[in-house]
Write a protein that binds this ligand. Structure first.
Ligand SMILES: Nc1nc2c(ncn2[C@@H]2O[C@H](COP(=O)(O)OP(=O)(O)O)[C@@H](O)[C@H]2O)c(=O)[nH]1
Ligand SMILES: [Mg+2]
Length: 489
């Protein structure tokens, strides 16, 4: 245990008026400060009614005192809690009295930081405290509590322990050079073990990714060829005209963002410039931004236009609708900029999708079904494997048909409405470390890696996992994490 030299104090309850307000003191002087304010301390962990007194003996407040001797306290140090009345002035007087007796004002998150430094909680648990305080939905709160109880850390530790066993095995072979030349992974059951570790990591990653959606919302990118109706869909979903819609291909030049709520879940929609070969320098930059947005997505909506049935007599939406025919795959294929009937490898939409990490789910939207006469509907599911028919929804941005199906699909991807059981409220920091661990394990699994390189990949994967619970941490990282806490936590 790292004993702190100084003693910190803060008002631990929120600002403003309330029935009860708490001043918390932690550190080596907590005992003398307590004795100064209330006389004799109560028995450990037993609440006692006391008068809180000023330096001249005047009563500042009447309340409950609690004494938690270290190391069995939240911070691992001696802690005194004074529960008084929740008025800003009376609490300030009580705090000032504690400061006069030798405490200093705590920094934001300093109590939790001491709890971490004294190994009462790990870093993921410390982060869960602030996530619980900041939780914006009941699912997020439940998920934060699970992390606070250590479930996320335990899941990470389980993977790390499997990895440690494997490292021991691999490092042992490094000490026996005569084993060189044999495919070590094939000879032992190391390959099977490595696969088990990878599977376990993949499961944690899924739960963490799902949790990050609870925290931060789902980023959904609309991508496809020009003129298929991406901007129209964005406007329909947002219920306002955020993106400019025209019949001219190449109208959208920049990625446009708009956040909507789907079943209480924030969905960040990103409308993008249509993907096509272009010589226009502005459009080219826009297309680059489209590719960049796709890589950041939690879900990519690949939009195509339904093949229109050539019906010269039908004019449902006036001239605009008829022009709309021109950018779908019907009779006027010469346009060639709709993406609905070009699936070759030279298709820039296909190429951009192929370049995405396979973990990013995709959904095909067939838009403009008002022109093709198809009914709205869903085929396939988000679990479609590569090679299987993709998850597809038929909609019309013009009439709004099928958009409910799309909203349901978004909810499914965000797993809203379903139980959030087993979901970890992961942060970007966690996802980043998990991603790195996964990449090292992927490399470790590649065939016939020499044992020393294999050992190194396993070590790096292990280190990345260690960052999550804080076995490897820098002062800078701790400052970043605890600085975002409120004072008194
Ligand atoms: N008939 C019909 N036309 C549509 C639909 N969605 C978009 N359009 C038209 O298609 C053209 C291109 O739409 P826009 O949203 O700008 O496509 P983007 O280039 O993919 O963003 C415009 O003339 C729209 O009015 C639809 O569902 N039905
Ligand atoms: Mg557009």
């Amino acid at each position: 245990m790292r004993a702190s030299a100084d003693t910190i104090a803060a008002i631990a309850t929120g600002g403003g008026r309330g029935g009860v307000g708490i001043v918390r003191v932690s550190g080596p002087q907590a005992r003398t400060i307590g004795e100064g304010v209330i006389g004799t301390l109560p028995a450990a962990r037993v609440a006692a009614a006391r008068a809180f007194r000023d330096h001249d003996g005047a009563t500042l407040d009447l309340g409950l005192a609690l004494w938690f001797p270290g190391p069995h306290s939240f911070t691992g140090e001696d802690i005194l809690e004074l529960h008084g009345h929740g008025g800003p002035v009376v609490l300030r007087l009580l705090l000032e009295r504690c400061l006069a007796l030798g405490a200093r004002l705590a920094q934001p998150g300093e109590f939790s930081r001491r709890a971490f430094l004294n190994e009462r909680i790990d870093l993921a648990q410390a982060e869960a405290i602030i996530d619980l305080i900041d939780a914006a939905s009941s699912e997020a709160a439940r998920s934060a509590v699970r992390s606070l109880r250590g479930e996320f850390s335990a899941a990470i530790d389980a993977v790390a322990n499997g990895l440690l066993d494997l490292r021991v095995l691999v490092e042992a072979t490094l000490d026996f050079p005569e084993e060189d030349g044999v495919d070590f992974l094939a000879e032992s059951d190391a390959r099977a073990r490595l696969q088990r570790v990878r599977d376990a990591l993949a499961a944690v990653f899924r739960a963490a990714r799902q949790g990050s959606v609870l925290r931060d919302g789902l980023t959904v990118v609309l991508a496809g060829a020009p003129n298929v109706g991406k901007s129209s869909l964005m406007n329909r979903l947002a219920g306002e005209e955020v993106a400019i819609v025209t019949e001219h291909a190449g109208t959208t030049r920049d990625a446009i963002r708009q956040t909507i709520l789907v079943g209480g879940m924030p969905v960040h929609l990103v409308d993008t410039a249509g993907l096509r070969e272009s010589d226009d320098p502005v459009e080219k930059i826009g297309i680059e931004r489209t590719r960049a947005a796709m890589v950041q997505a939690d879900l990519v909506l690949r939009v195509r236009a339904a093949p229109a049935v050539p019906q010269p007599a039908r004019l449902p939406g006036g001239t605009n609708a008829q022009r709309g025919d021109g950018d779908s795959a019907g009779g006027q294929r010469t346009h060639g900029d709709d993406g609905s009937d070009r699936a070759g490898s030279d298709d820039p939409v296909e190429a951009a999708l192929a370049a995405l990490p396979p973990a990013i789910p995709r959904l095909e939207l067939i838009n403009k079904i008002d022109l093709s006469g198809e009914a709205p509907g869903v085929t396939g599911s988000e679990r479609a494997a590569p090679g299987e028919a993709p998850w597809t929804i038929r909609v019309s941005a013009r009439t709004g048909d099928g958009l409910d199906l799309l909203r349901d699909a978004l909810r499914r991807v965000g797993h809203q409405g379903e139980s959030s059981e087993g979901v970890f409220l992961a942060r970007t920091r966690h996802l980043d470390a998990l991603t790195r661990a996964q990449a090292h394990l992927d490399r470790a699994a590649s065939a016939r890696l020499p044992a020393d390189l294999l050992a190194e990949e396993l070590r790096l994967a292990h280190e990345a996992l260690g960052e999550i619970v804080g076995r490897v941490s820098s002062d800078e990282l701790l400052g970043e994490i605890f600085g975002r806490f409120c004072i008194g936590k």
